[in-house]
Design a protein around this ligand. Sequence first.
Ligand code: AMP
Ligand code: MG
Length: 320
Amino acid sequence: MAKTGTDIAYSMQLLAGSALVAIPTETVYGLAGNALDARAVAQIFKVKERPTFDPLIVHTSGLDRIPDFVESIPEKAYALAAAFWPGPLTMVFRKKAIIPDLVTSGMDSVAVRIPRHPLSLQLLQSLDFPLAAPSANPFGYVSPTCARHVDEQLGEKIPYILDGGSCTVGIESTIVGFDGDKVSVLRLGGCKIEDMEKVVGKVQIKAHTSSNPVVPGMLHSHYSPLTPVTIGNIPQLIREHQGKKLGILSFDQLYDDIPLAQQFVLSKKGDLDEAATSLFTGLRQLDMLNLQLIIGTYVKEKGLGRAINDRLRRAEAKRN
Ligand code: AMP
Ligand code: MG
């Protein structure tokens, strides 16, 4: 078990010494290390068993600090920052040499975010370097949305978990890139497309293209439990897989003939934001039951529903 608590001074001391600390954010828990220290960054890849072609997001506490490690910030990025930072939006900018190549998988751009969590913001404000932080889970598995999730999988490998409670958004950040005046969405996530379009006009969605070379980390299969997952019409899938020990990840209702303990409802009131918050907890809980198959359903393709569907698609892809 890793030491767990709310000690900012201790976290600072560890991070300054190139060690890693798991930190809370509103999206998911991050595995944080000094983003300017290649040794700390190498440790992140090692602990997560993450391939080094999958670049990391750099976290900082304020817009005023970004010019320290980024060449320039486009006009529309300022507008998005004003509307959504601190928050579940990551923006990709041209990097300065101070960011080690390992952070960006050798690319000349860096992904940056200001997270919306009081503990982590306080930590970032107190540090004189930004933090590189991917999700605090083994590569490819479901992301952690509370300190216990982190401890269950990485507890033996890291010295400290800064415990900030359960993540309020519960799904990774939306990632956007800029090409002149154009804004492209590289990964669907916690910041809604509809909300962004109110600020910068139409955005182009380039997500889901796992072969997209602009986003090396966008693997088709990701966020996957160990149990096979299939997504579709739940009653029909229950019939098709009769006789198997099934788990149900449903949007808003329970199903007859399946034991209650094997069902997880994302949002009883059918709310997409609430469903996003509980998605990874649901996948983890079902994954611990020794089931033969987890059956789920896609939700409405709007708001956070887009990001939920994206994660479900990738959880399912593991089997193929
Ligand atoms: P996470 O695994 O949530 O930490 O998110 C990291 C993801 O951010 C990577 O898998 C990439 O898809 C994306 N990313 C990070 N850096 C860049 C970059 N410079 N350009 C484009 N996408 C990036
Ligand atoms: Mg991750």
